[in-house]
Design a protein around this ligand. Structure first.
Ligand code: SF4
Ligand code: MG
Length: 333
């Protein structure tokens, strides 16, 4: 099977050594050897707490950051091996929608120029043709054409995100990385933007990587979901399998944190609570990085790092003692 995007052994370490002359360098292992793929036309959700490496992963794929190690293979080509014009062209096929529609748009540019900029930079259109393309993009994202001469501050968060989306799709990209695109918006506006994104996905055969803090945010839009913890992918599978039968205790914990609207269902599933904060990625725990918070941790977990393996068809998990049927197996300590 040929994937639109394939990420292999990807690492991003930030040097956080204090004092220039220290011999022993200290690294923040923001992304620490992850593998995943994205199929053409699907949405891969990436979920995890702040500092788990999800945004860094998005920024690495987007080429906004240099990787420490690994391969980012887009349409069969390792982006790390491309240079100059070839890289510039490929990069244009990957775009990003940012979390904060307030800071991601240049406040001194009018809406028209914000949307026109990528088209101009990549010499896609000029003059009347450029104008038509910008207006068509405004139509597509539901922005009235009469807004073209206005500035970003004149708009609400939802409308600004529509401007950001128009800009992101201007070059007809294949992949769009959406980094918490609705989390800064009012709840009432969130579903409008998500609906727009789904509509555009069908219309333009877009592939999405959808980054979010929690599982509810990716439930409707994702086909598959990757759960990250301290720079690692701990589980990755289809949305259905992840929500119905999570295999990793951390995923189960994230699901347990989701309020169940019907209180009669409350006791039907074992619910675990993840206590404490995520440890620092500069000094991750030995063995399984989740062992300091995992209710099922055993001796082996403290010493041996679990690899991400295909435990069930199309269901990958990094845990020595994966859960059965979404329920915690109580392990004698
Ligand atoms: Fe918990 Fe051990 Fe699995 Fe890590 S490997 S998630 S500590 S049971
Ligand atoms: Mg982030």
């Amino acid at each position: 099977e040929e994937y639109l995007l394939e990420v292999k052994g990807l690492k991003k370490y930030f040097d956080v050594t204090e004092g220039m002359f220290k011999k022993e360098r200290q690294y923040l292992r923001a992304v620490d050897n992850i593998d995943f793929f994205v199929k053409q036309g699907e949405t891969l959700g990436i979920v995890g707490e702040s500092g788990c490496g999800k945004s860094t992963t998005g920024n690495l794929v987007m080429q906004l950051l240099d990787k420490t190690e690994g391969e980012i293979i887009f349409e069969g080509v390792d982006l790390g091996k491309l240079k100059g014009e070839a890289l510039r062209k490929k990069r244009a096929e990957i775009q990003m929608i940012f979390q904060d529609p307030f800071s991601s748009l240049n406040p001194r540019m009018r809406v028209f120029d914000i949307i026109a900029e990528p088209l101009k930079t990549h010499n896609v259109a000029k003059g009347k043709d450029l104008e038509n393309q910008v207006y068509e993009l405004m139509d597509v994202v539901g922005l009235d054409r009469s807004y073209a001469r206005r500035y970003p501050h004149e708009f609400s968060g939802g409308q600004r995100q529509r401007i950001g989306i128009a800009r992101a799709i201007a070059l007809k990209p294949k992949l769009i990385i959406c980094d918490e695109p609705v989390s800064a918006l009012d709840v009432s506006i969130q579903s409008q933007i998500l609906n727009l994104m789904s509509k555009l996905q069908k219309e333009f055969q877009l592939t999405y990587i959808f980054i979010a803090h929690g599982l509810p945010a990716v439930k409707h839009i994702s086909d598959r979901v990757a759960v990250m913890y301290l720079g690692k992918i701990v589980e990755i599978t289809t949305k259905e399998k992840l929500f119905d039968q999570p295999l990793h205790p951390y995923t189960e914990g994230l699901l347990s944190a989701v309020p169940i609207p019907d209180p009669t269902l409350r006791d039907q599933k074992d619910r675990i609570i993840i206590e404490g904060d995520m440890p620092s990625p500069a000094n991750p725990p030995s063995g399984c990085r989740f062992h300091t918070r995992c209710p099922y941790a055993q001796e082996k977990c403290r010493n041996v790092e679990p690899n991400l393996v295909e435990e069930k068809p199309d269901h990958f998990v990094a845990c020595h003692f994966p859960l059965e049927e979404g329920h915690g197996v109580l392990i004698e300590k």
